[in-house]
Design a protein around this ligand. Structure first.
Ligand SMILES: C[S@@+](CC[C@H](N)C(=O)[O-])C[C@H]1O[C@@H](n2cnc3c(N)ncnc32)[C@H](O)[C@@H]1O
Length: 274
């Protein structure tokens, strides 16, 4: 589970310092998401849970006549996004909760998100708020992870922790895998006022490490962020060294051509406001 206070605090700060590597980890997915988001003209777009802003910035550059608003509850991430977008005058980044944010004079015709919508404590209420603030026939396009079993970058890395320190799993609790079940997602969106809900399964290379020492890069990435980082930081020296040895062995098996790329599986979900 990753909740609001995590994103407002420690996890948000980590992601703000790691945006280059988190953007890289999603690189195999981002173009597909942007292609779907940009398949129709855009005048006003909201990027929900925009993090350090890569999707907002890409839309702002590709659609210079559109206005883009990126929303996130993490001040640290919005700070990073503002720095990255300082030269663009058609993108604005706001510290705001998508569950209650409404733009005055800004009814979006696109609501987009790369993995920023699975953390709502009340997803029906949050998506209903987004639908009510949107123009008629607004498109919703977001990505989220499919089942954990299809995402070994998360399950295998977590499984390398000592057995008594495995993270607890509640499939419906806010967190990276909360939208893995398409029936659940369709139910949430339909109840919230969205229609024509459709799912595209996208398998992508989750890039954990790259460069001359891609293995060290991937190791430090997983010790900083992701499914095992917080627990690994609490291990004593011996347990941590044993975990790192297991992690290295797992990552080495996926090292090829200066790249550690693991299997990632996502949905790109689309819908329309009624
Ligand atoms: C996995 S990160 C994805 C960030 C970014 N979209 C990206 O692809 O790099 C999830 C993001 O959702 C944000 N978030 C979580 N709950 C939110 C809410 N209720 N309103 C706005 N943002 C939220 C978090 O702060 C975090 O930046």
């Amino acid at each position: 589970m990753t909740d609001r206070s995590d994103w407002e605090g420690r996890v948000g700060q980590k992601w703000a310092s790691e945006w280059r590597r988190t953007d890289r980890s999603f690189s195999g997915l981002t173009d597909r998401l942007l292609a779907r988001a940009g398949a129709h003209p855009i005048q006003r777009a909201v990027d929900v849970g925009c993090g350090a802003g890569e999707v907002s910035l890409a839309l702002a550059r590709a659609h210079p006549d559109a206005r883009i608003i990126g929303l996130d509850i993490s001040e640290a991430l919005i700070g990073a996004a503002r720095q990255r977008g300082a030269e663009l005058d058609n993108v604005t980044f706001l510290v705001a909760d998508a569950g209650d944010w409404r733009g005055s004079q800004f009814a979006p015709d696109l609501v987009v998100s790369r993995h920023g919508v699975m953390f709502f404590p009340d997803p029906v209420a949050a998506f209903a708020n987004l639908a009510q603030g949107a123009a008629a026939n607004t498109r919703l396009v977001f990505s989220c992870f499919r089942d954990r079993t299809e995402n070994p970058w998360a399950t295998r890395v977590a499984s390398l922790l000592p057995p008594h320190m495995q993270p607890e799993i509640d499939p419906d609790a806010p967190g990276p895998f909360a939208f893995a079940d398409r029936d659940r997602v369709e139910g949430i969106l339909t109840a919230a006022g969205w229609s024509e809900v459709a799912f595209e399964a996208v398998d992508f290379a989750y890039v954990a490490g790259a460069g001359e020492d891609a293995l060290a890069d991937a190791r430090s990435f997983f010790l900083s962020i992701g499914p095992a980082a917080a627990v690994a930081a609490t291990l004593d020296d011996a347990a941590r060294a044993a975990f790192v040895a297991r992690l290295d062995a797992y990552l080495a098996a996926s090292l090829q051509d200066q790249l550690v790329a693991l299997s990632g599986a996502a949905w790109i979900v689309s819908a329309r406001s009624r």
